[in-house]
Write a protein that binds this ligand. Structure first.
Ligand code: RIB
Ligand code: CA
Length: 313
């Protein structure tokens, strides 16, 4: 039986098909204080629009959505339309947003909310530009956080052979996050590739009543289609981003290893790589991260299905 604890969280994301599912799980199982958006899968105006659409679909019109960084700290903004489509969330008939963004200052929202609610967790499922800017802008923030749970990195890449997209898009921001000194949980590709939206799992979503389930099933079909078309060994899209939420709401579903993880920011071939120190040394470097290495995928996807069901009526 997986536990569910309602921790206070801010979800920083770049919707994004899997970010949309992360919003559903966070709204169902956490105290979702707000959503902040960042450029990543698509330009900022689209990831923000997509976050507003998803909160509309869930009836979360009281959950604030604050937009943030439109580009990384140093790199040029690069996107992932080859996976998520031009809109960042292609594949379904989606409504127009019914409301405007709450503010364009995600960093201020993160800082002020974490000062007001000690122990808030930041869940980062896109490039970590907003989180890094908040950590750098407020030197008290790190000590006030419950921690940071992120989706990104791994022992292999997807945007390059070495770098996963969220790390690759803004390595300087990722390096700041991995050095922040507080509790850090990493859900990288080694984990998320064990959690695929197979046709059988998508059918479980499709079978739910109501419009939301149909829309999310359509999004899963598109998302999986782009992954399966591009990959030799996937039968569905890795459902990356909800893992960073489930790490907090259903921790018993996961197996973790404590490791020292560093982010490469200057390698010509390895920029954005997360270097996970797996050496079996007695004097190993102090770990800075709990790396999620395994999960009960069926149980985790059942949590996703039930979370969708809880908003389907
Ligand atoms: O590499 C996968 C990550 O990049 C996910 O967060 C996905 O949404 C994209 O942002
Ligand atoms: Ca994402």
């Amino acid at each position: 039986m997986s536990e569910s604890t309602r921790l206070p969280i801010i979800l920083d994301c770049d919707p994004g098909h899997d970010d949309a599912i992360a919003i559903v799980v966070a709204a169902a199982h956490a105290d979702l204080l707000g959503i902040t958006t960042v450029a990543g899968n698509a330009p900022l105006e689209l990831t923000t629009r997509n976050a507003l659409i998803v909160t509309d679909l869930l009836g979360l019109t009281e959950t604030p959505v604050h937009s943030g960084a439109s580009r990384p700290l140093v790199a040029e903004a690069k996107h992932a339309d080859y996976v998520h489509g031009e809109s960042g969330i292609d594949g379904a008939d989606l409504p127009e947003p019914t409301r405007a963004v709450t503010s364009a200052d995600a960093v201020e929202f993160i800082i002020e909310t974490c000062r007001a609610t000690e122990g808030t967790w930041l869940v980062a499922t896109g490039p970590m530009t907003n989180v890094a800017l908040a950590l750098r802008s407020a030197n008290d923030l790190a000590g006030r956080l419950g921690g940071i749970s992120l989706m990104g990195g791994g022992s292999f890449g997807n945007r390059t052979a070495a770098a996963e997209f969220n790390m690759w898009a803004d390595p300087e921001a990722a390096a700041i996050v991995f050095d922040f000194g507080g509790p850090l949980i990493m859900s990288g590709l080694d984990l998320t590739h064990q959690f695929q939206a197979t046709p059988e799992r998508i059918d479980l979503v499709r079978a739910l009543p109501g419009r939301l389930a149909g829309v999310l099933a359509d999004l899963f079909v598109f998302f999986s289609g782009t992954y399966v078309q591009r990959s030799d060994n996937l039968t569905g899209a890795p459902v990356h981003d909800p893992c960073a939420v489930l790490a907090l709401t259903h921790p018993r579903l996961f197996e973790r290893r404590h490791r020292r993880v560093q982010v490469e920011t200057s390698g010509a071939l390895t920029r954005g790589m997360t270097l996970i120190d797996e050496r079996g040394l007695r004097e190993r470097p102090d770990p800075n991260c709990a790396v999620q290495v395994g999960l009960d995928a069926d149980a985790a996807f059942d949590v996703v299905v039930q979370a969708i069901a809880s908003f389907s009526h």
